[in-house]
Design a protein around this ligand. Structure first.
Ligand SMILES: NC(=O)c1ccc[n+]([C@@H]2O[C@H](COP(=O)([O-])OP(=O)(O)OC[C@H]3O[C@@H](n4cnc5c(N)ncnc54)[C@H](O)[C@@H]3O)[C@@H](O)[C@H]2O)c1
Ligand SMILES: O=P(O)(O)OC[C@@H](O)[C@@H](O)[C@H](O)[C@H](O)CO
Length: 390
């Protein structure tokens, strides 16, 4: 039997990145999603195109050898597929991990194969696979938990490739940047060895890679998005063409660079090169990446371990500078009532209904004696009073 991978999420990254490389490595891909149109479209079309766009032009690859199943209507089928698969990946959003865990748990419990299922969550979050594993363990057969690692191995990953929202008439095709990086822990696979997926850079310690990615690509990206949204810009490219926003992004990345260099022993020169590449990537005019996509889900982005509070808290603990990150947090707090973004409405509600202290606690989970707390509290107070007087 050939190799089989189950991919939860037939969205931008699912189709445009994860499935592309699973396909390239010889896997049959079974997409699992909950949106009927996604399932229908994948089931009715035997191929789709992934087009890389850069200033060197366009390059198209055709993806085939996939199927699609709805976990909403065909859960038993999903369980069967998981029981006989080699790999399960997901790109559904960090807040959705708890919803896909029960069916994955059933699939793991049903396994009789010699090799364990490789579980790799491909989300923008620190240790997303560990989070998924926590949810899965809550649904597994308790009596067999001690032998779980015979049936599944869990590896964290860092995934980097910009996939903007696709045009409404694009169907399954995905337009995507050329650059990609997919880094995954190899130690969890132990004696079995890691699965054979050609695009993956396997490492023993993921933290430097995931922190560098989240606190550079995503901190810079989100800074451009929130400043851009505030200034009425349409795309990240437009935002970065504005001198003030360009400087705000560089200033924020100077601060996260200082943390990454100190914490992970990456050289100043290497980090500068990385930052320059990132700013160039997110400025890509061909991507037409809108600020609303990049700023989406502000509650998640303002949370404790995420792209702003995460590095700012660590810098504050080290007595290092984080003023520019406060500027990004200030703009993020203003990403309110954005059409199509439920969290932006919730953010507005929290800031209207809660005291500054309650809102700061709920949004950031910062401890009141944390060295960053007072600065964020002041920003929350400022945004609340400005919005009140509007
Ligand atoms: N787009 C990017 O540039 C990019 C890059 C790197 C990482 N990521 C990360 O990848 C993840 C997905 O992002 P995206 O841009 O592909 O989003 P997306 O909205 O395009 O895709 C998400 C998909 O998940 C599906 N889904 C939702 N709930 C589900 C469920 N319970 N079961 C199965 N499928 C479900 C949705 O229907 C959708 O098809 C996020 O964590 C994001 O941070 C995105
Ligand atoms: O996906 P999010 O919402 O965590 O962040 C939005 C973008 O910054 C993100 O999708 C980037 O495009 C991606 O992380 C690039 O690798």
């Amino acid at each position: 039997m050939g190799k089989k991978a189950i991919q939860f999420g037939g969205g931008n990254i699912g189709r445009g990145f994860v499935a592309e490389f699973l396909h390239q490595s010889g896997y049959e891909v079974v997409f699992v999603d909950v949106v009927p149109q996604v399932i229908e479209s994948l089931s009715n079309n035997k191929s789709y195109n992934v087009t890389e766009i850069s200033d060197e032009g366009e390059k198209t690859k055709t993806i085939t050898n996939y199927r699609a199943i709805s976990s909403k209507t065909d859960e038993p089928e999903v369980v069967k597929e998981l029981a006989t698969a080699d790999v399960v990946t997901c790109a559904v959003g960090p807040n959705v991990l708890k919803f896909i865990a029960p069916v994955i748990a059933k699939g793991i419990d049903a396994r009789e194969a010699d090799r364990p299922l490789a579980v790799i969550a491909c989300e923008n979050a620190i240790n997303a696979t560990d989070t998924l594993r926590g949810h899965i363990e809550g649904h597994l057969d308790k009596a067999r938990l001690d032998t779980l690692l015979k049936r599944a191995r869990f590896a964290n990953s860092a995934i980097d490739r910009i996939v903007p929202n696709q045009p409404a008439n694009a169907g399954l095709d995905v337009r995507i940047e050329k650059f990609y990086e997919w880094v995954v822990e190899q130690t969890p696979f132990g004696e079995y060895g890691h699965p054979d997926i050609s695009a993956i850079h396997w490492v023993d310690h993921l933290e430097p890679y995931i922190e560098r990615k989240l606190f550079t690509v995503n901190t810079g990206h989100a800074t451009a998005a929130y400043y851009g949204h505030n200034a009425g810009k349409k795309t990240i490219h437009d935002a970065l063409a504005d001198e003030k926003i360009h400087k705000a992004v560089h200033d924020a990345l100077d601060e996260t660079a200082a943390l990454i260099i100190k914490k992970h022993g990456i050289s100043k020169e290497e980090q500068k090169e990385y930052v320059d590449t990132i700013v160039q990537r997110i400025s890509n005019p061909y991507l037409e990446d809108i600020v609303e996509r990049v700023g989406r889900a502000p509650l998640r982005k303002l949370s404790r371990k995420e792209r702003f509070i995460g590095p700012a808290a660590q810098l504050a603990e080290l007595g290092m500078k984080y003023d520019a990150l406060l500027g990004s947090i200030d703009k993020a707090l203003r990403f309110q009532n954005v059409e199509g973004d439920a969290e932006s409405f919730e953010l507005s509600k929290i800031l209207q209904e809660k005291s500054a202290a309650e809102a700061t606690k709920q949004l950031t989970e910062l401890e009141t004696d944390h060295p960053l707390y007072r600065d964020v509290l002041r920003l929350v107070e400022k945004v609340q009073s400005e919005f009140e007087s509007m």
